[in-house]
Design a protein around this ligand. Sequence first.
Ligand SMILES: Nc1ncnc2c1ncn2[C@@H]1O[C@H](COP(=O)(O)OP(=O)(O)OP(=O)(O)O)[C@@H](O)[C@H]1O
Ligand SMILES: [Mg+2]
Length: 370
Amino acid sequence: MTLFIGLISGTSVDAVDAVLCDIQPDSKIQLLHSHSQPIPTKLQSELLAFGQSRYSGDAIDQLGQLDHQVGLLFAEAVEHLLSPTNYQPSDITAIGSHGQTVRHLPEAPYPFTLQIGDPSIIAAQTGITTVADFRRRDMAHGGQGAPFAPAFHQAFFSSDTDTRAVVNLGGIANVTLLSPNQPPIGFDTGPANTLMDQWISLHQQKSYDQDGQWASSGHIHSELLEKLLSDPYFSQTAPKSTGCEYFNMEWVKAKAGTIDLASLNAEDVQRTLLALTVRTVTDAIHQQPNVDAVYLCGGGAHNRFLAGELQKQLPRTQVQTSAALGISPDWVEAMTFAWFASKTLKQEPIHLNSITGANHNHVLGGVYFS
Ligand SMILES: Nc1ncnc2c1ncn2[C@@H]1O[C@H](COP(=O)(O)OP(=O)(O)OP(=O)(O)O)[C@@H](O)[C@H]1O
Ligand SMILES: [Mg+2]
């Protein structure tokens, strides 16, 4: 057995996902154990505010404080992941830590992406070698630094005979198109849950719309939907990636223009935001003719109304979750970073250049020995 741990806190800042995997030399992967580490409410609101440039005091001081706290939280997630098992830290080859993204600006004059959660602290606290800082290396080689999940989708979800689409519905959505014997196509399509999460939190003080129930009670506001869809991001060709610094409530208000959101039924806005996700994801899937099957992963895979609407728009293709391929939709992203750590230690490149636009396939990540 060669054991690796994967850690990620996604753009929704909903929880730290932690997985323990056995990764064989031929790259077969088996999920042995998983844990979802809640993010303390205070830290969660500080991270969300920080990401939106609402600093409390000196921004650099606050960044350092958050980097340290997220490092401690990730180490705690490892402790909780291992404690119900018989495994000791010394049994684990390495941790692959994505960290928490606080900014992703691939189109800035000097493009950068910033994930926090100090890997030195994770390695020191857990006693396990930690591989981290995956995205910046891809950017250094001219890539978008995202999305990364398509490399995992290609390795574990592709087929020799079927054309498949894998849709990761996190805060942001990314779609991977897998055709037999072809390099994968993959890109961020735009918002998945982030706008719906923000809208329901404003109106119903809930962190998300359980099963899309609230959205399902509303009606699509066609004019608003068209205004949102007019954003140039949606028609931009890949490689492309985005984040919540772009798709947020300020963006919705700006796109709505003369439509006063406050004068609309709040559930109609929610329904329209869900329609935006459905439309942009299905448009991406349609870039590949003859997709045989669609597999959903990420938290949004549990949104039954959203999954049903996607199925309606793709009547000739079965829409299922990645569980149909043997991997629970909740753990795909964390498993991606466990697998990346195994590649980094072997100094193997990760095949992302067809996705992110990097000039070559590179070894990603930096190693922090315990
Ligand atoms: N039962 C459910 N019904 C509706 N939405 C759900 C349900 N369960 C989870 N979600 C949505 O999934 C989101 C969390 O998904 P996930 O953890 O994949 O996102 P993330 O951590 O932001 O990932 P990423 O970095 O890929 O954006 C929640 O914020 C919520 O919107
Ligand atoms: Mg998450």
